[in-house]
Structures are given as structure tokens and as C-alpha cells.
Design a binder for this molecule. Structure first.
Ligand code: OFO
Length: 183
């Protein structure tokens, strides 16, 4: 009896997306380490937390594949790109990676619609909503750096921004309290 409720192509796409979420986590991790080493501990704290959130997204895909009787394939995670050259570049990269991930999420939504896999379609709606939130968050980061002066921002303005992000992160739930249901 066939117990796998996923089509071969959807199973492969979900596995690839699982790896993409792990990749997103590595990107945030690398940027967080870079920001902290550059003296922007508040930005680093914010990004470290986000790295954890992306890892929880990875787990959400893994659990879903298993719950549908599918086969999980854990693949190698590509290395993140080189370090950002400054905070503006860092926030640009955050935004680009979120937009790229949204495109990838939409492809799975489209596949599930075409194949009338309503369970996967429904599962993916959580990610559609999540990507709206994450794109908004990263657009806010870009606004903040722009207000601070962009490429010409003074050290004082960047430290102010660093402080603001440190406080923003403190309002977020502790990473250890996150679950795959509520990352
Ligand atoms: Fe996984 O949400 Fe961002 O990329």
C-alpha cells in the first residue's frame, strides 16, 4: 500500500526548501557573527535570533514531510556568501535573501495548486504569511539605515541603530521558547 501522501515532485521541492531554510539560517548566523565582531552587538543579537528562527522553519518542513509519510533527505548546506562590507550591505543582503526565499515558497504553492495537493497548499500558507512579515522586517531595517545616513552614516548614528536593534530583539520571544509550531 502506498503510504506516501506526497507526489515525487512535491516531496523533492519540500526537501529542497528544507535545505534552503537551513541555508537562510547559515546566512543569518554568518552575518550575526560579522556584525558582532564589527562592534554591532545589538545587530548581531537580532540576527542570531533570526538564524534560530530560520532553523525552526527548516524543522517545520522536516516534520511536515514525515507527517505526510514522505522521505526526508538531509542535504549539504551551501556556504554563505562573503561577509558584508558594511551595515547597509548587510541589511541589503538580508532583504535579498528574504525575497529569494519568498520566490521559492511561491513555487511550491503553485505546484501544490496545480497538483491539487490541498494539504501542502494549506501548509504553505503559513510560510506565505511569514514571508510577508519577514520582508516587512527587512524593509524596516533598510529604512532605518537610510534614516541613519546610509553609506555616509556616522559612527554615532550606527551605534544608535545598534542600540535600537538590541532592544527590538529583547522584545522578541527567547529562542529557546520557540517551537516548530510557533517559531
Ligand atoms: Fe524562513 O523565513 Fe526567512 O527566509
Amino acid at each position: 500500500m502506498k503510504t506516501n501522501r506526497l507526489s515525487k515532485s512535491i516531496e523533492a521541492a519540500l526537501n529542497a526548501q528544507m535545505t534552503k531554510e537551513a541555508y537562510a539560517s547559515q546566512i543569518y548566523l554568518a552575518q550575526a557573527a560579522w556584525a558582532t565582531a564589527e562592534g554591532y552587538g545589538g545587530v548581531g543579537n537580532f540576527l542570531f535570533r533570526h538564524a534560530h528562527e530560520e532553523r525552526n522553519h527548516m524543522m517545520k518542513f522536516l516534520e511536515y514531510i514525515l507527517n505526510r509519510g514522505g522521505k526526508v533527505t538531509v542535504m549539504a548546506i551551501p556556504a554563505p556568501d562573503k561577509n558584508p562590507s558594511n551595515l547597509q550591505d548587510c541589511f541589503n543582503k538580508v532583504f535579498e535573501q528574504e525575497v529569494d526565499n519568498t520566490a521559492s515558497i511561491y513555487k511550491i504553492v503553485k505546484m501544490s495548486l496545480e497538483q491539487e495537493d490541498w494539504a501542502t497548499w494549506n501548509f504553505m500558507q503559513w510560510f506565505v504569511k511569514e514571508q510577508v512579515e519577514e520582508e516587512t522586517l527587512s524593509l524596516n531595517l533598510l529604512d532605518k539605515i537610510k534614516i541613519a545616513g546610509g553609506e555616509k552614516a556616522t559612527d554615532e548614528a550606527l551605534q544608535e541603530l545598534n542600540k535600537e536593534l538590541k532592544n527590538m530583539a529583547d522584545e522578541a520571544p527567547e529562542a529557546r521558547e520557540a517551537t516548530t509550531e510557533n517559531p
